[in-house]
Design a protein around this ligand. Structure first.
Ligand SMILES: Cc1cc2nc3c(=O)[nH]c(=O)nc-3n(C[C@H](O)[C@H](O)[C@H](O)COP(=O)(O)O)c2cc1C
Length: 203
């Protein structure tokens, strides 16, 4: 599985380099103004970040515990579904995250899918606070032992399935062992660096 992943990464790297050469040789004034015409590698991290930020996502707080049982958690929007049978989900974690060593070791974690009521919690769990959990209410997951946040839309208690390298992130895949579903509360949405909510198109 890992070999397939790195072979695919290799192919992508070659494609990206070729694209960069094309981009350099065929560059026009119009192309220079367009994020879409720029190579995504090397020099254009800001453009890539801007383009990726225009993909609207939900927001989650991923939680686990230290070996001593202290709660750990951070805000992520890299959550994604992977497979239904078996039930697999993933998120990616920055190599620079303080919680990286704990998640790398963790046998279990929980993904709390946030509702619109939890904007302040999302902001709190994205800041480098000394005591992120002070005053934060949570329950302990029966299967995972991880902190579960009330008012979440859904919570997935997971057992670690795989950890993959992913550039400046690692990709953590979990097998869902228990699902908590609280109904149709309003989701918290994140787009272009801002929180918002979902407004369905009227017919
Ligand atoms: C909406 C939003 C989404 C985020 N998504 C991720 C993510 O997917 N992966 C990640 O590593 N950091 C993500 N972050 C940044 C972390 O929440 C932030 O760096 C946090 O302080 C890391 O905590 P730690 O250093 O205690 O591990 C996100 C931040 C916000 C506001």
């Amino acid at each position: 599985m890992k070999e397939t992943g790195s072979a695919r990464n290799g192919e992508q790297a070659i494609t990206a380099r070729d694209e960069y050469r094309l981009d350099e040789s065929a560059r026009t004034d119009a192309a220079q103004d367009s994020v879409l015409e720029h190579a995504a590698t090397g020099t254009n991290v800001a453009g890539l970040r801007t383009a990726l930020g225009s993909y609207a996502t939900g927001v989650c707080i991923v939680t686990t515990t230290t070996a001593e049982g202290a709660p750990i958690g951070l805000t992520v929007n890299s959550f994604n579904s992977v497979s239904l049978e078996p039930p697999l989900v993933l998120f990616s974690l920055a190599l620079r995250a303080m919680s990286l060593p704990i998640f790398q070791q963790a046998e279990h974690f929980a993904i709390n899918l946030l509702s619109r009521k939890q904007t302040a919690l999302s902001q709190r769990f994205a800041k480098p606070l000394a005591d992120r959990w002070a005053g934060v209410a949570y329950q302990t997951g029966r299967d995972s032992g991880c902190p579960l946040l009330p008012d979440s839309l859904a919570v997935f208690e997971c057992a670690r399935h795989a950890v993959h390298e992913g550039g400046d992130h690692i990709i953590i895949v979990g097998e869902v062992r228990r699902l908590h579903w609280t109904g149709n509360a309003e989701p918290l949405v994140y787009l272009r660096g801002q929180y918002g909510h979902f407004q369905p198109e009227s017919d």
